[in-house]
Design a protein. Structure first.
Length: 94
């Protein structure tokens, strides 16, 4: 399977507070802080007009967790490599 590996910078949605009421002053201070910029590196499984789906680990017939990032949240992406990542394509790794 030919897959690309990308490094993606994206804005994470954030929730502030626990169950119960929040002090308004504390809430306003939290609201003023911009959402965090996250980074994800992985094998691209789906690259669609609405989102990109990546996994961090690949086997011959299985993969690790899948992260789906909506396009509207992506700030920047950089292709790191592409190709056939099956074991025989990587050669003898020891």
């Amino acid at each position: 399977m030919n897959l690309e590996i990308y490094h993606i910078w994206w804005v994470d949605a954030e929730t502030f507070g626990d169950s119960g009421w929040i002090d308004l002053t504390e809430a306003m201070e939290s609201a003023k802080v911009a959402p965090p910029i996250m980074q994800t590196v992985g094998f691209v499984l789906v690259d669609d007009e609405d989102y990109i789906a990546l996994t961090d680990s690949m086997g011959d017939d299985e993969c690790g967790h899948i992260t789906k990032i909506p396009r509207a949240m992506i700030k920047h992406k950089k292709r790191l490599s592409s190709g056939n990542f099956k074991e025989e394509a990587m050669g003898d790794m020891g």
